[in-house]
Write a new protein. Structure first.
Length: 278
């Protein structure tokens, strides 16, 4: 039997959590009515001719281990905002990343920029949970979802007003995201199966994304030079976590904002559309 990848392990754990969470689905749906007003995540990432920064809060990760295990989210998020972050990503997975929904709620009270709930979203109940906790956007991982489930989650996200950032690692992931109607696509330089990082491949994929989607470069960014490279590839935004959590967060964010972004070539289309043109 093949050894289970860390992504497969995480997804198995998450399904167990969802089974328990589903017992509270009606209560969560009711709480959405009382949720705070939404902040425009997609709009925040579209700064004219420059790369936006999504600054991430995470205490640890399976690939890096402990990063900043005692960090307090309210203070860190406030510093990110002061440094010029357009949005903030909050890891809410507890088992593997040391996060929680309480971190999301605390960040919501501390800052005025949009918040992304970064977790392993597999079920609609998690969307109600995210909206009730104050998220403005959620992350969907392309390879963790079937086409039908991705469409279902994208549709409900839209109904709830949540922006959906669909994470991809290769052309197949991107193709699925485009066919399912994703408006925001994050290209992760890290392969979640092996944890290997290929920043150059990620940049090539970003260059090929159609101009109609918002493109986000994820992982592998650890310097202003990397932000410049992402902007040169046409990324609308970069998502940076570990590097900011390890150093001075405000000066780190300040060094990443304002770099120029060039228009993308927009060569990639969903396979169904490509086949129609053959």
């Amino acid at each position: 039997m093949a050894k289970q990848t860390i992504l497969e392990e995480i997804l198995r754990t998450k399904r167990d959590e969802i089974t328990s969470l589903a017992l509270f689905s009606k209560a969560l749906e009711a709480q959405v009515v009382k949720a705070p007003p939404l902040r425009g995540f997609e709009v925040a990432l579209q700064r004219p001719s420059e790369v936006s920064v999504i600054a991430e809060f995470k205490r640890r990760s399976p690939s890096a281990g402990d990063i900043n295990p005692y960090a307090q989210v309210a203070g860190q998020a406030s510093v990110y905002e002061a440094g010029g972050a357009a949005a903030i990503s909050i890891l809410t997975d507890e088992t593997y990343f040391g996060g929680s929904l309480e971190d999301l709620r605390s960040a919501r009270e501390a800052v005025g920029v949009p918040l992304l709930r970064k977790d392993f979203i597999l079920d609609t109940v998690q969307l109600y949970e995210a909206r009730a906790a104050g998220a403005d956007a959620i992350l969907l991982i392309s390879r963790a979802l079937t086409d039908n489930r991705m469409r279902e989650l994208l549709d409900l996200s839209s109904e709830l007003g949540l922006a959906a950032l669909v994470e991809a690692h290769d052309e197949s992931d991107i193709d699925k995201a485009l066919e399912c109607g994703a408006r925001l696509i994050g290209v992760n330089a890290r392969d979640l199966a092996s944890f290997k990082v290929d920043f150059e491949q990620a940049l090539r994929l970003i260059e090929s994304l159609p101009s109609s989607v918002v493109a986000v470069a994820e992982s592998g960014i650890g310097s202003p030079e990397d932000a410049v490279a992402a902007g040169s590839a046409g990324a609308d935004a970069i998502l940076v976590g570990g590097w900011l959590m390890k150093g001075d967060p405000q000066s780190g964010v300040e060094s990443l904002v304002g770099h120029p972004r060039r228009p993308r070539s927009g060569e990639m289309e969903p396979s169904a559309l490509r086949n129609d043109t053959v």
